[in-house]
Design a protein around this ligand. Structure first.
Ligand code: PMP
Length: 350
């Protein structure tokens, strides 16, 4: 703490991201990155962009990418907002759409950045408990609120909420903004973007960090009614006019245009997930149903922190959260078949 700090900084509790180890030999199954590389077309587009034009600022509106996203999801470009990773998009959402007297609602087990943004932007909030099966119960959100946000599939559980249930939540709170954080939707769910034309209170966020394997590029997006998008543009243009650099704009655009690479890699991750679930169940693990590129597991006889430590000693890193309700779970990102085998080898003592 320093006497130079703005007073509110003393009360901030920052988000702690999963470890990015300096040792490259580790089998890294801790931050839900894609085990396969990005689209070769995205890499080529970025290589082509490397030149003297980097002396110029990028397009502040990233129109090229906005149009690619609009084409992909068949919405007008006025419905699209872009940011430096969906974390930044979420930050602008908390700042621009969630500061109300009534509390923001989100699940008790959810993306741990949400309470951090509440702290940063002074957003009143209440958590809503998942049921015993770790599922979101839509009816629990039908109460006075200043906004609702949940990941779908949820993180770190991986559990998917059906689109009808999302719609139930939207219908019960027509005067609140409902944000569906679809960071992992491409690994087994149906996007709610089709609903934005009917629900002006719906905002859907997505990222290129997972299914498009561009976590290192930092590109995220939101799709919703232009009134909601305008709030985000106002916040963005009061914060950073150029959140997406020249490489990000062309790389992300090309990624959206490479459907074949997207389908191949996503299907490989899904297929590996189904195999890994069975292999872990055979070892006695309980595995929550996952529609994401990770699984959430616990073993009735083995302590989760102990298992994480054992795996680490053998060069495999997974994520363990200390939060009471999930302290006996491990979140394991789906790797290549070889990486998943390394995980199983690391658990061979069970
Ligand atoms: N939402 C959820 C639920 C996530 O797990 C993550 C990844 N940590 C994000 C959003 C942010 O991803 P990014 O900033 O890479 O787009």
């Amino acid at each position: 703490m320093s006497r130079f700090w703005s007073p509110f900084v003393k009360s901030l509790v920052p988000y702690v991201p999963g470890e990015q180890p300096k040792l490259t030999k580790l089998v890294k199954l801790n931050t839900n990155e894609n085990p396969y590389g990005p689209s070769p077309r995205a890499l080529q587009a970025m290589r082509a962009e490397l030149g003297d034009d980097l002396r110029l600022y990028p397009d502040p509106n990233s129109d090229l990418l906005k149009q690619a996203v609009a084409r992909y999801y068949q919405v007008p470009a006025s419905h699209v907002f872009l940011g430096n990773g969906s974390d930044e998009v979420l930050a602008h959402i908390f700042h621009g759409l969630f500061q109300h007297d009534l509390p923001l609602l989100f699940p008790d087990i959810s993306y741990s950045f949400y309470p951090v943004y509440c702290g940063l932007y002074g957003v009143a909030h209440e958590t809503v408990a998942l049921d015993e099966q770790f599922q979101i119960r839509p009816q629990d959100y039908a109460r006075p609120n200043g906004g609702i946000i949940f990941p779908n599939p949820n993180a770190p559980t991986g559990c998917l909420l059906a689109l009808e249930a999302v719609e139930q939540i939207l219908k019960a709170s027509p005067d609140s903004v409902v944000v569906v954080d679809e960071a992992y939707i491409d690994f087994g769910g149906e996007t709610a973007i089709a609903l934005v034309q009917r629900y002006p209170n719906l905002l859907v966020t997505q990222t290129l960090s997972k299914s498009r394997s561009l976590a290192g590029l930092r590109v995220g997006l939101a799709v919703g009614h232009p009134d909601l998008i305008e709030a985000l543009e106002r916040v963005k243009n009061s914060f950073n006019s150029y959140p997406l650099d020249r490489l990000a704009i062309v790389g992300a655009t090309a990624a959206f245009e490479d459907q074949a690479h997207f389908d191949t890699t996503r299907n490989a991750v899904i297929a590996s997930r189904e195999i890994l679930v069975e292999q872990l169940q055979a070892k006695g693990f309980e595995v929550l149903p996952s529609a994401a590129n990770f699984i959430f597991v616990r073993h009735p006889q083995h302590d989760a922190a102990g298992l994480a430590a054992t795996l680490r000693e053998q060069g495999v890193i997974v994520r363990h959260f200390k939060q009471a309700r999930i302290a006996q779970f491990l979140r394991i990102s789906i790797g290549t078949p070889e990486q998943n085998q390394a995980l199983l080898d690391g658990l061979s003592g069970l």
